[in-house]
Design a protein around this ligand. Structure first.
Ligand code: 5GP
Ligand code: ZN
Length: 113
């Protein structure tokens, strides 16, 4: 747990979030600034700064993050959805704790911005 990491603090319950899912190692909560009618984030509770920091030891937890994201999309009315993971400032990453964006509830366009 990193005290100066926003998502570590949300995972620890120190900062409130509108939570959809919570277990020992994964948490999902609605994005504070939604970019689609359905927009939530799924995070590993352990601090991983982003995709570039992943190691082989993280493969199970990231697989779980994806599975939970897909299950929650379905149970929250977003049968069709988009997964986004930003890595690095130029890619749009603003919080340096791995998070899966799950966006749905509207037609998505391609290419992404
Ligand atoms: P990034 O830009 O790093 O890929 O995504 C960070 C996301 O976290 C953004 O979509 C932003 O709206 C969301 N976010 C930032 N601060 C908070 C917060 O305090 N609570 C919640 N629920 N979402 C947040
Ligand atoms: Zn963190």
């Amino acid at each position: 747990m990193s005290n100066n990491c926003l998502f570590c603090r949300i995972a620890a319950g120190e900062i409130p979030a509108d939570t959809l899912y919570n277990d020992d190692d994964v948490m999902a909560f609605w994005d504070i600034c939604p970019q689609a009618p359905k927009h939530f984030l799924v995070i590993p509770k352990q601090h991983i700064s982003g995709p570039s920091a992943l190691t082989e030891a993280d493969e199970n937890i990231i697989g779980k993050v994806l599975r939970i994201g897909a299950e929650l999309a379905k149970t929250n009315g977003a049968e069709h959805f988009r997964f986004v993971v930003n890595n690095g400032e130029e890619a749009g990453q603003t919080v340096f704790h791995f998070h899966l964006h799950v966006l749905g509830g509207r037609k998505m366009t391609w290419p992404p911005g």
